[in-house]
Design a protein around this ligand. Structure first.
Ligand SMILES: [Zn+2]
Ligand SMILES: [Zn+2]
Length: 268
């Protein structure tokens, strides 16, 4: 029995469905529990972008998930948040961490610089702008991701190799990008996500790539399997595929979270 901890709500303006609809799909697909983790508000002037909840909506978000928990009981519904990690803005995450009774916080890197979100289709031309563009984007992405992992602010980190979303990867052995992140995760004890969302993007594979998943296992980093659902029908999507990959890499457990405490649940 698996959990799916990476689910969105309409408050981020690009997801559909009410929390109880996500619960219904989770139950039908045999999941043990779920957790919501909508895109967190960001500090400073709003709107920061057009794909996250406003700061004023944060209390509404918490109330909505806690109400869903009550209505779904005894089926466990956890309260999480997907926080965009931007180097230098760690204080904001520390503040957010005190704003609600979170079960877990997810760290994500989408932004390589203000206004430059690496997974946004509107910037796809940047990957082919020069011969070295992909290499430069990957260097920037992994530098930020390593800092996200090393920050110690999060319970797990999402879609590790998101920079491959559109299928652009530098040539050669990519482990040079993965190594600092894996070392940082082993040092800080943060768990890492295996996300089935990548299967439905141009790259057409799980985040992370098989080599990275093997490195995570070798470094004894705990994993979670997530869908990154933006609609109820996506809850637990392709978990059989992720489970096979995780088992093939040698994992025997996945992580569960409650009140920002982690425990490991056997896969068998
Ligand atoms: Zn989203
Ligand atoms: Zn997400």
């Amino acid at each position: 029995m698996l959990a799916d901890y990476h689910l969105h709500t309409p408050l981020c303006h690009h997801a559909t469905g009410e929390p109880l609809e996500y619960v219904a799909v989770a139950r039908a697909r045999g999941l043990a529990e779920i957790g919501f983790s909508d895109h967190s508000p960001m500090p400073g002037l709003e709107p920061f972008d057009d794909w996250r909840m406003a700061r004023a909506d944060l209390p509404r978000y918490v109330d909505m998930i806690l109400a869903a928990r009550e209505a779904a009981a005894p089926f466990p519904v956890r309260l999480g948040l997907e926080c965009d990690f931007i180097p230098g803005q760690e204080t904001w995450i520390e503040q957010v961490a005190r704003m609600a009774p979170w079960d877990y916080l997810i760290g994500s890197v989408h932004y390589l610089a203000p206004g430059w979100d690496v997974d946004n289709p509107k910037w796809i031309g940047r990957f082919t702008a020069s011969d070295t563009a992909v290499e430069e984007i990957w260097v920037g992405y992994w530098r930020a991701y390593e800092r996200c992992v090393a920050s110690g602010l999060f319970d797990f980190v999402a879609h590790p190799d998101l920079a491959k979303k559109f299928g652009f990867r530098p040539p050669g052995d990519l482990r040079r990008f993965y190594e600092p992140t894996v070392e940082a995760a082993a040092r800080t004890g943060v768990a890492m996500e295996v996300s089935t969302a990548g299967l439905h993007k141009p790259v057409g594979e799980l985040y992370p790539a098989p080599e990275l998943l093997s490195m995570m296992h070798a470094a004894t980093i705990p994993v979670v399997i997530s869908s990154d659902a933006h609609a109820p029908g996506e809850v637990g999507r392709d978990f059989d595929h992720a489970l096979a990959a995780v088992r093939a890499a040698g994992f025997t457990h996945t992580a569960r979270f409650e009140g920002r405490r982690r425990r490991l649940e056997p896969l068998f």
